[in-house]
Design a protein around this ligand. Sequence first.
Ligand code: HEC
Length: 160
Amino acid sequence: MSPAARNRTQLAVIAVLLLALAALAYKFIVAGSVVPGDDGRQAVVLEPGERAFVLREMRAFVAGVQQLTDALARDDLKAAAAAARTMGMAAAHDAPPALIGKLPLEFKTLAFATHRGFDALAADAHSLGDPKHTLAQLAGVLHQCVECHSAYQFVTPAGR
Ligand code: HEC
């Protein structure tokens, strides 16, 4: 093989590898593992264990919101901040990478915005001490729960 031909072959191999990498990054970061759902929503296909993991996190959200509203009703902004912090970004860090790769970008964006919203709520509850402000922030965060639930459901490869 002439040096020029070898160069061309090497370039072609690099181009193919880069394309494969781009396709993989697209699948992992943007597209996720999604099929059309049976009720008009998008269905994120997860292994049973992954689905159980996310649903457990969802139930923790409801438990946290319960504690948060209870604290707000008592004007206890310290307890409100503590409840919100349990739902902040720190709670998102134990999600397994394989699971994150199956979530489409819009889902991840909404999920992170929800966790960050609770962190912002906790910080303001701590520094401002204004229950009305915290309640308005909570309404804003809950809007993201509503938005995501109207767009996505979870399914497992074998169905439900
Ligand atoms: C980024 C998307 C997303 C966000 C944000 C989100 N959820 Fe969910 N949640 C889902 C999906 C998807 C399901 C499964 C729905 C289905 O399969 O029908 C779910 C399920 C649930 C369930 C059912 C749990 C179970 O055991 O079946 C609860 C409760 C829940 N979410 C609460 C919340 C609350 C409260 C918030 C906001 C603080 C929230 N979720 C934010 C996507 C989201």
